[in-house]
Design a protein around this ligand. Structure first.
Ligand SMILES: [Fe+2]
Length: 290
């Protein structure tokens, strides 16, 4: 589907789809389940490994971002609760992944989206009573981390809407997280999370070419910190909702990413293209989400 059609489709979704029947009590039940699930990964003193604590905090922020986007869409309360719940548990597969493999590298271990779905399907999850909410949450967890080409095209309108929202909420936080890590020069977390990544700002030629040709970067091609920075810049082509895009623009994410990368003409060209498309997309969304 072309970008403009997707924009129009988002608008139609905003008008027509009424996603979710989740109540506030069910959201509280989901939060309690999540805390209890995480307790399994705490040590004898009740402390989570720093990498898992990092994921716990990320999950909370993604839940906040998801609620923010849902509110900006003027979604009804049940949909807002569902969005917040999806944000909180979207990375539930990360905990078992790290406990078993000691890394967050999906390429070398398991797909943490699929792993998360398995966790939810095998655990006692009292907050998943409504079959509709259940399917939407499972879908959001399973596909939140997939490349666009790997997302099924036959999702229901409700599944698609929650998935897009969760993906935006997740990307907003990851962009900020990577930028903070890069700016602080404290790469310990990043090398523990992704041991195959070289901590230099150089951009691999194949990553630059892929970003220029396809407006995306495959996870399997990432080999440097510079590649990761290019990856998160290409997410500006993927953000679905105006509030997410606006927040990223307000945070000056694109120029902050650019300033961390080498002074090369090809990188300038890439960022000029992304900035141009992001501005155009903002205008499209401002018209369609009114
Ligand atoms: Fe994730």
């Amino acid at each position: 589907m072309s970008r403009i059609l997707r924009v129009l489709d988002n608008s139609a979704n905003a008008q027509q789809a009424r996603v979710g029947q989740m109540t506030k009590e069910e959201l509280r039940s989901l939060e309690a389940w999540f805390q209890k699930y995480l307790d399994r990964f705490r040590d004898g003193d009740g402390v989570l490994h720093p990498m898992l604590e990092l994921k716990r905090c990320h999950s909370i922020r993604v839940a906040e971002n998801a609620a923010f986007i849902a509110v900006s869409l003027k979604a009804p309360e049940p949909e807002k609760y569902l969005a917040e719940g999806a944000g909180l548990i979207h990375d539930v597969g990360r905990f078992i992944q790290y406990a078993e493999y000691g890394t967050f590298g999906d390429v070398d271990t398991v797909d943490h989206g699929i792993e998360g779905r398995k966790v939810l399907e095998t655990e006692d999850t009292p907050f998943l009573n409504s079959p509709g909410d259940r399917e939407q949450l499972l879908c959001a967890v399973e596909y939140h981390n997939k490349s666009r080409k790997d997302i099924p095209r036959d999702l229901s309108r409700e599944q698609d809407r929650l998935l897009r929202l969760t993906r935006d909420a997740d990307k907003l936080d990851i962009m900020e997280l990577i930028l903070c890590i890069t700016a602080s020069h404290d790469f310990q977390d990043l090398s523990t999370m992704l041991p195959r990544i070289r901590l230099c700002r150089e951009v691999s030629p194949e990553v630059l070419q892929e970003a220029q040709n396809t407006q995306s970067v495959s996870y399997g091609n990432l080999s440097t910190l510079g590649d990761i920075l290019v990856l998160i810049a290409t997410w500006f082509y993927e953000l679905n909702y105006l509030s997410a895009l606006r927040l990223a623009m307000e945070r000056d994410v694109l120029s902050r990413i650019r300033s961390e990368l080498p002074e090369e003409e090809a990188i300038d060209d890439l960022f000029a293209g992304i900035t141009f498309r992001a501005s155009g997309f903002m205008e499209d969304l401002q018209c369609t989400e009114k």
